[in-house]
Ligand binder design. Structure first.
Ligand code: GLU
Length: 504
């Protein structure tokens, strides 16, 4: 049986876009599902785009999400090194193989030569290919001795793939089914650049072959490169063991047309990076999903559904369940819209699963005192259900506890009716005699006191809430009163009764 080996092959050219994280996740899921190996290979051959810290960022992101790889530059493995910049001799040896077979050739064209050729073709469709290569300066159009002299003189050159003239390139994609391209539409891609570095195409194909990759799962933006890759597998004689391809659908903007971009996130106020990223060029730190308070399990569940579905109504999946349910067959073809509301929905769900203890430190920070377990669970119960992010929990508690008596005038004018002052005065008078200061007792004492004085307790609840919290809505009022304490409630009530009537 075929060994399942998949790879996530990011280039360390900046922060990792959320689409890249989805690619990593799908690779991981397939590997785990089929008992395979998940490899992380760093594709860092483009020195001009190399960004320091980007590789570390990639691994930190994977660690945060729990997408642990089996082989990588950090973990090592049987096919080390896993950083392309450390595999240079492998690529040059493979270029030599193609040169020797006559399936690749040297090209000495200068930038000006290429510009001139492009400019001569007015419709902009010029390509370096079977129709044009004989007019250019390369080892196919020049004599052997000319080429030898140029090489001996150290003339800069690139090596290009000699794309066959009339070939049909047909390959199967797990997502898009059969893809067919005619070789006349492809250009003779550069394999080795003039600085001696391999291009993405060469290094990617050589490594996928040598690392015995069984499935190439990557974003749809790489689909146009796949025919060239198929030709490379053919040229090397590796077509029989070529990996299976699966090109993942594009992630689309929340509204309008086009691909989700980093700019959409900034414009619409949602993250597109897993972790915060320092944009050196603008000197701004862009917060990631983590910093915005998204939980890893929520982000994973959200990303899993951006392009895949289980074929059932179930939406909430733990990592283990995702592994069980995942299959390439259920990846959709059409682009998926990035809907941050859905991410929030998942986050809300996973926040509810957190234990009381998980919130302990944050709540104690807000309250400024140690909170015993029983009280802690009451605080959590008070607010959690209304919260999407951990910070909502702390902010809500902070707002409730730090209420300074300032209220919205309009709210007051609308809701502080004639009976409010008189009725709450009665309740205030009874506060000291409430036996045990618990939500149940408070509620009972409140109802008994105000109803006894001829008021409707239901009508006084909203004014009581405004007096105690300053807000027209919020979490369970009686439980909050219990938590904030008898004294504080008396102070707030007294303050309200003194000030509110003057404000309306
Ligand atoms: N290095 C490419 C990237 O940055 C990898 C594409 C592929 O998976 O083949 O996405």
């Amino acid at each position: 049986m075929q060994k399942i080996r998949v790879r996530f092959a990011p280039s360390p050219t900046g922060s990792l876009h959320i689409g890249g994280v989805r690619t990593a996740l799908y690779n991981y899921l397939l590997a785990k599902k089929l008992g395979g190996t998940f490899i992380v290979r760093i594709e860092d051959t483009d020195q001009s785009r190399f960004v320091p810290g980007a590789e570390e960022y990639i691994f930190n992101s994977l660690r945060w999400l729990g997408l642990e790889e089996d082989e990588s530059p950090l973990k090592g493995g049987p096919f080390a090194p896993y950083r392309q910049s450390e595999r240079m001799s492998i690529y040059s040896a493979h270029v030599d193989l193609l040169l020797n077979k006559g399936l690749a050739y040297y090209a000495f064209d200068s930038t000006e030569d290429l510009d001139a050729a492009r400019a001569a073709q007015l419709d902009g469709s010029w390509q370096y290919n079977a129709a044009t290569r004989h007019e250019m300066r390369n080892s196919l159009s020049m004599s052997v001795s000319e080429v030898e002299t140029l090489l001996a003189n150290g003339t800069p050159y690139v090596v290009r793939l000699k794309v066959p003239k009339n070939e049909e390139i047909r390959f199967h994609d797990e997502v898009r089914s059969w893809v067919m391209v005619h070789s006349s539409t492809l250009d003779d891609k550069v394999l080795l650049k003039s600085d001696g570095m391999p291009t993405y195409h060469l290094a990617n194909v050589v490594d996928d072959h040598l690392m015995e990759i069984s499935h190439v799962i990557r974003g749809e933006e790489w689909l146009p490169s796949a025919p060239t890759h198929v030709l490379l597998y053919r040229a090397f004689g590796w077509e029989a063991t070529m990996p299976q391809f699966a090109h993942l659908p594009l992630l689309l903007k929340p509204v309008g047309d086009g691909k989700l971009s980093k700019r959409d996130g900034e414009a619409l106020g949602f993250p597109v990076f897993p972790l915060s990223w320092m944009d050196e060029s603008r000197n701004v730190e862009i917060p990631g999903f983590r910093e915005k308070g998204y939980l890893p399990e929520a982000l994973l569940n959200f990303l899993a559904f951006l392009g895949w579905n289980p074929g059932t109504e179930q939406e909430l999946f733990s990592m283990d369940e995702l592994v069980q349910a995942f299959s390439l067959e259920r990846i959709g073809k059409s682009g998926t819209r990035f809907d941050i509301q859905k991410a929030n929905w998942f986050n809300h769900h996973y926040l509810q699963q957190k234990s009381d203890d998980w919130f302990k430190e944050g709540i104690e920070d807000v309250l400024g005192l140690p909170v015993p377990a029983e009280t802690l669970s009451k605080w959590v119960a008070l607010v959690k259900e209304r919260c999407t992010f951990p910070n909502d929990v702390y902010e809500m508690i902070s707002n409730l506890t730090h209420f300074n008596g300032e209220v919205d005038q309009i709210l007051l004018k609308e809701k502080w009716h004639a009976d409010a002052s008189a009725g709450l005065e009665v309740f205030l008078g009874s506060i000291d005699s409430i036996g045990s200061w618990t939500a149940v007792e408070i509620k009972l004492a409140f109802t008994t006191a105000v109803e006894g004085a001829g008021f409707k307790s239901g009508k006084l609840l909203l004014p009581l809430r405004i007096a105690i919290t300053g807000k027209g809505a919020g979490p369970d009022l009686m439980l909050f009163m219990e938590l904030v304490g008898r004294n504080e409630c008396a102070i707030r009530l007294r303050n309200a009764l003194r000030r509110f009537p003057e404000l309306i």
